[in-house]
Design a protein around this ligand. Structure first.
Ligand SMILES: *[C@@H]1O[C@H](CO)[C@@H](O)[C@H](O)[C@H]1NC(C)=O
Ligand SMILES: *[C@@H]1O[C@H](CO)[C@@H](O)[C@H](O)[C@H]1NC(C)=O
Ligand SMILES: *[C@@H]1O[C@H](CO)[C@@H](O)[C@H](O)[C@H]1NC(C)=O
Ligand SMILES: *[C@@H]1O[C@H](CO)[C@@H](O)[C@H](O)[C@H]1NC(C)=O
Length: 433
């Protein structure tokens, strides 16, 4: 009797008591040696930072070690969120609720909730059919868990004049869920929206909706997995967080600067450049397309438009042009949002501290793409990676307005940008999956 009661109650208590990481704010910037060392060893996960403060995730079992290291360096900290799983749990409950409602109206993609890989692949299949000859889907490679890394080309094949080539990458970091939401929405607009239709004669788009499918799918599997960043490479060893390679530190230009050699770190760069099937396959496909004009990789969070370099603070040769096109994006977003959403612009090294092996530096420096950007989507840190789903539709429509203006400018096709454009970015098309 006692035994069975305990199996029941104790089981429940243990399950509900699994404690998640704490979110701390440190009174120092992220470049402090002690902060960098802790991150490098995988003892903290840097969530975000300003010039004065750094927010980090600390696992319960590492609290004492981290506290000691910080106090030895006279760095004080405060606890911002005592258990991040509380936030994750709220997000999950909301998603389950929405999913059960959606089931009744058959498979449907929308931009009011986050979608797992099955939903996204269902959407791609639908787009493939609906977009006819304009849409072509290929796989760049197969991940270690056997998933394809899909690339969707969208253009009007009947238009044979010169075209600007645009490569859009999303979802390279698993937990940045707003990124695949933005890439799928952009694909929808580019392929099907009347406002964008004429652009298909003068542009050729390549979309990677989810560059890290193993990591992305894993991030939907449990509360603990929600904050996963890397892919799912087995690096040997038994510690769960020591799996995976940071795919945005695995590109070959200046590989290793600002990245970690420790598999337990969130910025583990891997054993050599392009060791990972995702990055290897994507670079091979990018290399096969001559003269890509514009490259954008969507990340979260921070509301910044970053251009090269990441590995040095020196500006690149066409910094004026890079900044000019970034401004088109930022201004259009700002106007579309009714002056609510402000982006900061700058070189990623100067703004975020030096790091290399990222896609944008590689696209610019190795591939010679003249316009290469990392866009850190909303917000500015209030919710961070856990951007509420109530923010998805405004974020995707504002971002689409920004990209629209960049591409109008790049193709010299004029067109109206800003508020009106954003109003026309209607959300919620329905499709049968
Ligand atoms: C920390 O502060 C103490 C007392 O103010 C000082 O003696 C010590 O040198 C400081 N340590 C570091 C690493 O700055
Ligand atoms: C896309 O559609 C074509 C037929 O038009 C089909 O052969 C192909 O398998 C489809 N690809 C995907 C990924 O659905
Ligand atoms: C391209 O040409 C084909 C064959 O002439 C036609 O069926 C198709 O509708 C055209 N597509 C577009 C987007 O104009
Ligand atoms: C990527 O990771 C692999 C191993 O996981 C490593 O061999 C390769 O050097 C890394 N490359 C870059 C550019 O980080």
């Amino acid at each position: 009797m006692w035994v069975s009661l305990c199996t029941l109650i104790c089981g429940v208590v243990i399950a509900s008591a699994e404690k998640g990481p704490e979110l701390w704010e440190l009174n120092t910037d992220a470049h402090h040696r002690v902060v960098r060392d802790l991150a490098d060893e995988g003892h903290i996960d840097v969530w975000g930072h300003t010039r004065q403060n750094t927010k980090v995730l600390v696992e319960p079992e590492l609290k004492h070690r981290v506290t000691r290291a910080l106090s030895d360096a006279n760095i004080s900290h405060s606890v911002v969120v005592p258990d991040v799983f509380d936030l994750v749990e709220k997000e999950r409950e909301n998603m389950v609720l929405k999913k059960s409602r959606r089931k009744r109206s058959a498979g449907q993609m929308d931009w009011t909730t986050y979608h797992d890989l099955d939903d996204i692949e269902g959407f791609l299949g639908w787009l493939n059919v609906t977009g006819g000859n304009n849409v072509h889907i290929a796989s760049a490679s197969t991940t270690t868990e056997g998933r394809p890394v899909l690339v969707v080309r969208i253009t009007n094949p009947n238009a044979t004049g010169p075209k600007k080539k645009i490569w859009i990458e999303g979802g390279i970091h698993a937990r940045e869920w707003i990124s695949p939401a933005v890439t799928t929405y952009l694909m929808h607009q580019v392929a099907l929206s009347p406002e964008w239709r004429d652009l298909l004669d003068v542009t050729e788009w390549y979309f990677v909706p989810v560059a890290n499918p193993d990591g992305y799918q894993f991030s939907f599997s449990s509360n603990r997995a929600r904050l996963w960043r890397k892919n799912r490479r087995d690096n040997g060893g038994l510690i769960a967080r020591c799996r995976g390679v940071d795919l945005n530190r695995n590109w070959s230009l200046k590989w290793g600067v600002g990245a970690s050699s420790n598999p337990c770190s969130e910025t583990y760069k891997g054993i050599e450049a392009f060791s990972e099937p995702e990055t290897f396959g994507l670079q091979r496909m990018m290399n096969s397309i001559p003269d890509i004009d514009l490259f954008i990789t969507f990340h979260s969070f921070g509301q910044t438009v970053l251009y090269p370099w990441g590995w040095t603070r020196d500006p690149p040769s066409n910094v004026k042009q890079l900044k000019g096109l970034a401004k088109k994006f930022a201004n259009a977003v700002n106007e579309a949002s009714g002056s609510q959403t402000e982006y900061e612009l700058g070189g990623s090294g100067p703004l975020y501290g030096l790091a290399s092996g990222a896609t944008d530096d590689w696209a610019y420096g190795e591939l010679g793409v003249p316009f290469s950007y990392t866009i850190e989507l909303p917000d500015q840190g209030t919710y961070g990676f856990l951007l509420p789903d109530s923010r998805i539709s405004s974020t995707v429509t504002e971002t689409a307005a920004g990209v629209y203006c960049m591409v109008r400018s790049l193709t010299n096709t004029g067109g109206r940008c800003g508020r009106r454009q954003a109003r026309n970015q209607n959300v919620n098309p329905r499709f049968r999956g």
